[in-house]
Design a protein around this ligand. Structure first.
Ligand code: ADP
Ligand code: MG
Length: 215
């Protein structure tokens, strides 16, 4: 029976599991970024999540959900450069701010979390859905949980829907031209290639959903 709520210790384990999943995809993410950017996205994601893993391992046992998210965002941002360092750092920190005082992540908190992440990346990156960025995957995940019918609402189900939606959205970015970020300079040459940041976010969602299914 999968868990129906994510406690702070669960969240710490989930972030470590995500770090491992991202580490396994480092070469793939570098190759995606090599096609339409500068080829460093996998390295940056691996380094950022290694910092997150180290940080969550060092936190006090009494840390809250918002504390884990805020500290993780600060660790990611502090350890990485590039666009994604700021964006993912801001996403995690905004989720922390939005979930201040909450004891566990259930279905309504998952909605708040994804919604705050979408707002954060849209404002920090000045991006819109369809611009071929990480936002496309975040937006799809957010929409998937926001539109889950009441009868289908459970945390594992909603995370699984979010994961599928983010994966589809990430692959669909292959058909888009980039309007922001490094890839925006390449015009039609980006067609056929998925956005690395969107693929990263889909890997994060998939790892979260998988962890919940298995624990
Ligand atoms: P950099 O482009 O600085 O080398 P990365 O390669 O780590 O950084 O990350 C690239 C990813 O960052 C892109 O695939 C895209 O998803 C995301 N990104 C870049 N610029 C923006 C932006 N302005 N808004 C939203 N996402 C962006
Ligand atoms: Mg890059």
């Amino acid at each position: 029976m999968p868990k129906l709520n994510i406690t702070p210790p669960d969240l710490r384990r989930i972030l470590c599991f995500v770090a491992e999943a991202i580490g396994k995809e480092e070469a793939y993410l570098n190759s995606l970024d090599g096609a339409i950017g500068d080829g460093d996205h996998g390295i940056t994601m691996r380094v950022g999540f290694e910092a997150v893993k180290a940080k969550v391992g060092a936190l006090d046992a009494s840390v809250t959900i918002d504390g884990v998210l805020t500290e993780s965002g600060a660790a990611f941002m502090g350890a990485t450069g590039g666009a994604i360092g700021v964006l993912l750092g801001r996403m995690l920190m905004s989720a922390g701010a939005a979930l201040q005082g909450c004891k566990e992540i259930g279905t309504s908190e998952l909605r708040v979390l994804l919604n705050s992440m979408e707002t954060a990346v849209a404002s920090a990156g000045k991006a819109k859905p369809g611009d071929k960025t990480i936002l496309d995957a975040v937006h799809a995940a957010n929409q998937a949980v926001a539109t889950t019918a009441e009868a289908d609402q459970s945390l594992p189900n909603m995370l699984s829907r979010a994961s599928l939606a983010a994966g589809t959205a990430a692959q669909n970015t292959a058909g888009m031209r980039a309007r922001v970020g490094r890839a925006s300079r390449l015009g039609d040459r980006v067609l056929g290639h998925p956005d690395p940041g969107a693929v990263s976010f889909s890997i994060i969602m998939r790892a979260m959903a998988q962890w919940l299914e298995e624990n």
